[in-house]
Every structure is written in C-alpha cells, then in structure tokens.
Design a protein around this ligand. Structure first.
Ligand SMILES: [Mg+2]
Length: 431
C-alpha cells in the first residue's frame, strides 16, 4: 500500500475535526475512520476525544394506573391496570432522551437498571449502533430474546431522541428520511369486556371508531368457538360496511386446522389480515396457515431482534411482520428487520402498544419505511393506534396524537418530537 493512501484517512479526520460544524461532522468523520479502526490502524476509542457528548445517567420511571374498565383477549388474563417503563437518558450537554420498554415494567426496570445502565454511562449517544451491539453481546449468553431486548429497545429509542435533539432534526431525517408526511392509523380495540353482550359491545365500539373517521379497525377474536367468532366478526363487518378495512387478531389461540377453518370464513367477510392465528414459535405451522389461506397472515409482535425474524422471513411464514420498536430492539434494530423483510418481499407493519414515546418512535419508523412493493397506487404501512384506556399513551406528551379522518402526522420537531409531562410521571410512579 502506498504511504499516501495510508495517511490520507487521517487527513480526512483532521480536516473533519477542524471544520466541525456540528454532530453531522463527527458522524461523517467517524464513518471515515470506522474502516481504519477495523483494520487496527486506529486503536483509540472516539469516546476519548474531548468535546464528544457523554451519557451521564439513565433513570427508569415505572408507571402504573388502573384501567377504567377491565378487558381481556383470547389470552384470558384480565387487564385491570396499564403499566409502563419509561427510560430517561441524560447527557453532559443537558440533552435528555426518552425511551419506552414493552412488557412487564418491573422486569424491564431491573434489566435496564442492573444490566444495561453500567455499560451505557460515559458513552457517546451518537454511537447508537455501537452501544446496541455492546448491549446485545452483553446479554447474549442468557437473554437472546424477550425482556432483555425490550430493555435495549428503550435505551435505543432514548438515544435516537438525544441524537435528533442534538442535530435539530426529527428522528426520521436521521434514519433515511420520510416517505410520507402522514400515516393512516387503524383503531385497535374490540377486546372482550362484557361476556353477556360481546357482539353488541363490539358493534357499538366499531361504529364509534368509524364515526371518529377511522377507515380501518382491528378486533379481537378467539372465543373458543369458531361459530361465535365468525358471528361477531360478521356483525362488525355488517355495522361498518364494506369500505372500512377490518383486521382480526387471535392472539395465537388456535391450532393449525382451526386457524385454516376460521380463516376461510374470515376471507368471506373481507378481512384484511389475520393476526397471530397460531402460537408464535410454530413457524412451520405459520407456513401451513399462510399457504392454505388467500388472506394475509400477520404476526411478530412477540419476536425480538433480526435473528428471530430471519427464520420467519426465510420460510415466508407470514405475509406481514409486525415488529414492535419498544420490544424488537428499538429503532436501530427495527430498521434492519424492515430491510430484511423488504429483501424477502414481506410487508412490515409495526405493532404498537406502549406510551406516547413508543407511539412517536413508531411514527418515525413508519415514516422511513419504503413502499413494499412500490407501485402506482401505494399501499403504505398502517399505524396501530390502540384505543384502550392508557394515559401514558394519551397524556404523557401532554395530549393524544391527533388524527384527521384516521390520518396521523409524522412529528417534524427535533428528536422524537414530544415533550414529556413530568407531573404525570410523578402521579403514576410505582414507588
Ligand atoms: Mg396483536
């Protein structure tokens, strides 16, 4: 190798540092030098460079609130509370980022506080992928999937919030840009509340969403009787008419023959997708159900990191995958999962359940997803807009995400684009 080609990258780095206008310069500089670090020519960590931002603390906020009306799904457990684990990351430059972890909040809190936090303090938030890999490798021997990845997700989302605020850019501008300025939301609801009037309550609720302007609704099924399920879905279809998208979610309560049987009847009711017909670990079962039905089969809200999704995609086990940014590894990992999905011709329509932070992160992620497939009349991914009682979704950022006839704007202010109401954190904090 000629000497001039050897030292040229150092001049690039030097010029970059000298003319540094902001964090973009550092990022570009780091990208130039990344190859050198890999070849061993550059041995020092960028965290040692004076002037780089440093993470000073991670504070977890465990929240809980009683729901206004208990409800259940085919899983059978009764939701009497809504819980959340909010992650706050502070920096030496006074910039604070917010994240959200899916799953049991006490477990997520322990994972973030005891496992992840010691490996993140002192790092530069701009090293978001470096931090992700470090955390994933730390938990690899015992936590390849599940709540450890939810913990990493909360940290990752908070780091992207910091990066966006530091750059003065909304997060979607930093992950590839926005394919759209709005996304169409679908209302998720129609759980089981009053077992004596399941069909009536479903019809009333669905009509309410259509009256609000939603053009898409997802309902729960899985009453232990295909007849009962179909009668309830048929009543809702009848109530909302043929032009509103209707999806069903079985929360993996069927076996393969049951799923195929009910799926054939759901097709007659123009159901847009059949979510989690069978148990998530039965990938070969999903292949059978997907092949047997003409309708789209969806799933993946309980998959974690790209390695789980790889098996689903390689087998074409689902038509739509539904990673949750608060569970599957944050924005960093979900971008990679979406790319894998695109490479396998599978649509990515994220699951969303959490707080306003999770909603905002999902919106930025959705903004950055290309059409799959690209076509004259695009079929963009939809936003899941949960409608169950949840002040952490509706009030944590001051007010609920507004929709206009079911369309929600992508946030355009720096970071995730939300201001956290600290009084609400205090009000619902688990002591
Ligand atoms: Mg679901």
């Amino acid at each position: 190798m000629r000497l001039s080609s050897c030292i040229r990258p150092f001049f690039i780095m030097w010029n970059c540092l000298e003319s540094m206008q902001g964090y973009y310069s550092i990022a570009a500089c780091a990208a130039n030098c990344h190859g050198l670090a890999r070849t061993g020519m550059l041995r020092h960590s960028f965290n040692n460079i004076p002037g780089l931002m440093k993470i000073t603390d991670i504070i977890t906020h465990q929240l809980s609130v009683k729901v206004d009306e208990p409800f259940t799904s085919s899983r059978g457990w009764i939701y009497t509370t809504k819980n959340a684990l909010v992650v706050e990351i502070t920096t030496d430059e006074g910039i604070t980022g917010w994240g959200d972890c899916y799953g049991p909040s006490a477990v997520a809190r322990t994972i973030v506080d005891t496992l992840l936090k010691p490996s993140v303090i002192g790092k530069d938030p701009f090293d978001v992928e470096v931090i992700w890999e470090a955390l994933y490798n730390k938990v690899k021997d015992y936590g390849l999937t599940g709540m450890t990845i939810s913990g990493i997700s909360g940290v990752d989302i908070a780091l992207w919030d910091i990066i966006g605020k530091a750059c003065g850019k909304p997060v979607h501008k930093l992950i590839g840009g926005s394919f759209r300025s709005q996304v169409q939301a679908y209302a998720t609801g129609l759980y089981f509340k009053n077992m004596d009037r399941l069909t009536e309550e479903a019809v009333e609720e669905a009509r309410g969403y259509v009256d609000q302007g939603f053009k898409a609704v997802k309902m729960k099924i899985g009453l232990g009787s295909i007849k009962k399920d179909i009668a309830r879905v048929a009543a809702v279809r009848d109530a909302i008419g043929p032009d509103v998208l209707l999806m069903v979610d079985a929360n993996h309560c069927y076996n393969v023959p049951q799923a195929i049987n009910i799926g054939r009847e759901l097709e007659q009711l123009e159901v847009h997708w059949f979510e989690e017909p069978i148990s998530p670990e039965d990938i070969e079962g999903y292949v059978e159900v997907s092949r047997a039905l003409d309708m789209a089969v969806a799933g993946g809200e309980n998959e974690f990191a790209k390695f789980s999704f790889r098996h689903i995609l390689e087998r074409r086990a689902m038509d739509i995958i539904q990673p949750d940014v608060c569970a599957a590894g944050g924005i960093t990992e979900c971008k990679k999962i979406a790319t894998l999905a695109q490479a396998h011709g599978t649509q990515c329509v994220p699951h969303a359940w959490g707080t306003a932070i999770g909603m905002a992160a999902t919106l930025h992620f959705l903004a950055s997803l290309p059409e799959c497939p690209p076509c004259l009349v695009p079929m963009p991914p939809l936003l899941e807009y949960e409608q169950t009682f949840n002040p952490f979704r509706d009030q944590l950022a001051g007010k609920p995400f507004a929709h206009d006839k079911g369309w929600v704007d992508i946030p355009t202010v720096p970071g995730l684009g939300i201001e956290i109401d600290r009084d609400l954190l205090d009000r619902y904090r688990v002591k």
